[in-house]
Design a protein around this ligand. Sequence first.
Ligand code: HAM
Length: 422
Amino acid sequence: MAAKYSIPRGTFDILPENSYKWEYLKTTFKKVCETFCFKEITTPIFEKAELFERSSGESSDIVQKEMYKFTDKKGRVFALRPEGTAPVVRSFVENNLDKSSPVNKLFYYGPMFRYDRPQKGRYRQFYQFGAENFGSKTPYSDAEMIAMAYSFIKKLGLKNIRLEINSLGTKSSMENYDQALKEYFTPHFDDLCPDCQKRLEKNPKRLLDCKVKSCKQIAKDAPNLLEYLSDEDAKHFEEVQKFLKLMNVPFVINPKIVRGLDYYTNTVFEFLNDNLGAQNAIIAGGRYNNLVSEVGGNNIPAIGFAGGFSRLLLSLEIENLFMGEQSKPDIYFAAIGQEVKESATKIIQELRINGFKVEFDFEKGSLKSQLKSANKLKTRFVAIYGEDEIQKKSLVIKDFFDSSQEEILVKDVINYFSKKIS
Ligand code: HAM
């Protein structure tokens, strides 16, 4: 078959043979979030473009180069969400969630969109899971957030993951540091890449995580962020480390983590898998104490993280780990003859309404071909229904688990399978 249309660049189909893996990641993430008493929130996949421009930061790559922006029929400018934090903050403020509880712990998942150069682990439509904690500014809540991401990684069984943490400090620490960076990088201006030359004025910290070789070389000896933290910010960061140790979450400090979004303050962190190549961050996040008020809410501190499902799946594949199981039918229903098949549809519908997974091929003729299909599907039970059975109002049930066979009355079929299949 030659397809007339091809999929947009940087996107992918999740085919039936892989869907269960995504479902496994989602349900495992949900379970972990619930053990930390987080609640699920879902927001639209598009928002006013301005929300991201104001929150993710006008100088960030996401806003500068990567937003899928569009104008609707009434001239309103929207963007497909490039990330989940700003929409969750918007919803938190708009729905006054702080009124019902001083602390709100929320999690989410769904597709995000960034117009970036596609490569392994980097897509234009990708799927993120994320979590945000609103209302708590204690170092404990930073550690709890990191510990939740760590628990997810542990629950999946991943071993080759490294956690790096850093602190950006609050506004005054950051201003001092930005000034020191400007002084350090300015003499090297001509050797910086064009992006970094632009960043130097607006957001010099971003020079620290530029991937261009010459910029990396220059950044090697740049001033150390941690030396510019105020006493209070340094104390906060030390306390975060204390709690991480208490919670048995291994980490290393990397003073060069600055993150690509502008809203961060204090703690930032990344879980990295070096086997993934250039796109090695599988989960990343940090504290953002000013964003809620910038989006129009009260002065409420917050911290969160997000991760990419496709990078997690790649990591699971590399370590050869369990990725969930494809759902398969409980019962294959084999019926012989047109009239019998028609009568069978009633029983099958009844079984399905009662929650049993029943496969039935209306078009397959012989018993032999139907049994062959059952065998291929590896169903535990086959229900055989023919002329004889119609007369007796019964079914023959083959159980491939213990190789037994028995005849039961049609009226008892739900009861029978309820006992056999949990
Ligand atoms: P981010 O670092 O931009 O942070 O993205 C988080 C994670 O999403 C990355 O570490 C990566 O696993 C995945 N990811 C990002 N871009 C792509 C892409 N193009 N293709 C595949 N995966 C990708 C945020 O989005 C923040 N909202 C995180 C956060 C939540 N901070 C506080 N709360």
